[in-house]
Design a protein around this ligand. Structure first.
Ligand code: ZN
Length: 304
């Protein structure tokens, strides 16, 4: 027997021959129901060059939707990946501008002066809500190219999306105290550092991607539960599809997130799963309107 929510959904989806599906059909329906009832705002999706052929944009969007992801902050190497995904699902994808043309530029970009003209050209053509995700450690954050990125974010009113240690985040804020920073992986920093940073910088939000060590076998690593509950308006979640393989692990990664969130009070879980990203990432993007999108890149239907 299917559990009752699945039966209800079967009725809603009328034409599906659920009774003939057996156990596999039930499992699928339960997953669909769970995904629908727990929409996810994923702030860490990459759609980079090495996945485009294996998973074309429409398939990629279908994968996100099937996992219950209804909005996603997407950044890619190169940005063409983000634009392809955005064109396939503008209501789901929120573009962030990554300073990499290929994935292997993550260790060299901060000393590469061709990065700035590349970003300027993209910023003139397309609409974004953030610059990043970019990788920067410690003193690298004070290099001229990184400083120019901070300035670009300030000029265009964009979030900085940094995969950075706490030292680098402090250097970014020193350059622009009004910056808004999304801190990928919470910097892989320990809870004590994360709480100190969040209490010092009110324009800092952190995503929990690749922090599996904070929640293992249904138990939080102390004091992460207290941190997530006490600062539940500052955390977000993301799968981080940084390799093609990760696109195959979306469902399993989200299962871990849902288990972690289920161990938190409902309000905190909802903020971390969706609401914080909606407020900080989606609403400014949606409010900005379409004025910077170049029409050539978005063919319109002929008038009837
Ligand atoms: Zn990433």
């Amino acid at each position: 027997m299917c559990p009752s929510p699945a039966v209800k959904r079967t009725t809603l989806l009328g034409t599906w021959p659920a009774r003939r599906w057996g156990a596999a059909g039930c499992l699928f329906l339960v997953t669909v129901v769970a995904a629908t009832e727990r929409p996810v705002f994923d702030v860490h999706i990459h759609y980079s060059h090495d996945v485009w052929d294996a998973i074309p944009p429409e398939k990629a969007v279908a994968k996100l939707r099937a996992a219950g992801i209804t909005r996603a902050l997407v950044s890619s190497s190169s940005d063409e990946g983000t634009q392809r995904l955005y064109r396939a699902a503008p209501e789901l994808v929120i573009p962030a501008l990554r300073p990499y043309r290929r994935r292997d530029e993550l260790e060299t970009w901060m000393r590469d002066h061709t990065v700035i003209p590349y970003l300027e050209e993209r910023l003139a053509r397309f609409r974004y809500t953030a610059i990043g995700e970019f990788h920067v450690e410690g003193q690298e954050a004070d290099l001229p190219v990184v400083r120019q990125v901070v300035q670009l974010a300030r000029d265009h009113d964009l979030l900085l999306y940094a995969h950075a240690d706490a030292d680098a985040v402090e250097r970014l804020f020193a350059q622009d105290p009004d910056a808004r920073i999304l801190w990928a992986h919470a910097g892989f920093e320990p809870a004590s550092t994360v709480v100190e940073m969040l209490d010092t910088y009110f324009n800092l939000w952190a995503d929990l991607s690749f922090r599996r060590e904070i929640f293992i076998n249904g138990r939080f690593l102390p004091p992460w539960r207290e941190l997530l509950v006490g600062h539940s308006n500052r955390f977000m979640i993301g799968v981080d599809t940084y390799t093609p393989q990760r696109w195959l692990e979306i469902r399993e990664t989200l299962d871990w997130y849902h288990a972690l969130l289920a161990a938190l009070p409902g309000g905190a879980a909802e903020r971390i799963r969706f609401r914080n990203a909606q407020r900080v990432i989606a609403e400014p993007f949606d409010a900005a309107g379409d004025r910077r999108i170049e029409l050539v890149e978005h063919p319109t239907m002929p008038a009837s």
